[in-house]
Design a protein around this ligand. Structure first.
Ligand code: ADE
Length: 250
């Protein structure tokens, strides 16, 4: 997969040389190109921002340098293909695991990082932007950290990046549930013991326990996820009983 990022802070993307994304880059399954939007400013001072029409606090990113950066990216990418361009903004659709999986199936992404108080509106719904994404309902100083979140979330889904082929599957949010509790050595730590079942070697019982714990933890912490989770009829019945016991409506 190829990813091009357009940013005012290229150094932020050095983080991606570490750990899982670093491995994806070394393996060549991820091909990352970082572009400094300031290189596409035309004036001597490399100005990329301007005051908003109508007044108001702060500065906006001017459309010119960003548009030139994105046009440049289209010319350096694979011939005959168009990238899927994502603008990171608090106004975007909320990023979740399903959206990361959809992005990981694409062959070429462009991530556009805004700074200051945002971008000129004419860049939002434009030929430059296919999708707007937010990483959560809070406002950062710019889209760079959000773009790093997208790259890491996508990179670990690419084939061959995680050693254990199963690990992207058996984890939080797979099947819409939070992850079951996990333990490693020692067997006892500060008075807490590893559940005996996990030491028993009965894989079938262990799998059933893990599944039951995942349902229970999701019910307690993120009941909103249960509506979209894949549940068996028995699990659905269990939820009905828990809701009755806890005084819920259904
Ligand atoms: N830029 C600023 N805040 C953001 C957020 N929450 N998600 C994506 N981009 C952003």
């Amino acid at each position: 997969m190829r990813i091009d990022a357009a940013t005012l802070f290229p150094a932020a993307f050095d983080y991606l040389r570490l750990s899982v994304t670093g491995e994806a880059l070394r393996l060549g399954v991820l091909d990352l190109h970082v572009h400094d939007i300031r290189d596409f400013a035309l004036d001597r001072n490399k100005k990329v921002d301007d005051a908003p029409y109508g007044g108001g606090a702060g500065m906006l990113m001017a459309p010119g340098p960003v548009a030139r950066a994105l046009d440049h990216i289209r010319t350096v990418g694979p011939r005959g293909t168009a990238p899927h361009a994502v603008l990171l903004t608090p106004r975007g659709a909320r990023l979740d695991q399903a959206r990361l999986e959809a992005l990981a199936r694409r062959s070429w992404l462009v991530l556009l990082c805004a700074r200051y108080e945002g971008m000129d509106e004419r860049l939002h719904a434009s030929r430059f932007v296919d999708e707007e994404l937010s990483i959560g309902d809070y406002v950062l100083a710019g889209g760079d950290l959000a773009a790093l979140v997208v790259v890491e979330g996508v990179a670990r889904l690419l084939p061959g990046v995680l050693g254990n082929a199963e690990s992207p599957v058996q984890e939080s949010f797979h099947g819409g549930l939070l992850e079951y509790p996990q333990y490693t050595r020692p067997e006892e730590f500060e008075g807490g013991r590893v559940p005996r079942l996990l030491l028993s070697g009965h894989q079938g019982r262990i799998d059933r326990w893990r599944r039951a714990m995942a349902v229970k933890i999701t019910y307690r912490r993120r009941p909103d996820l249960l509506a979209g989770a894949e549940l068996t009829p028995e699990e659905k019945e269990r939820l009905v009983r828990w809701r009755e016991r806890d005084g819920g409506e259904d």
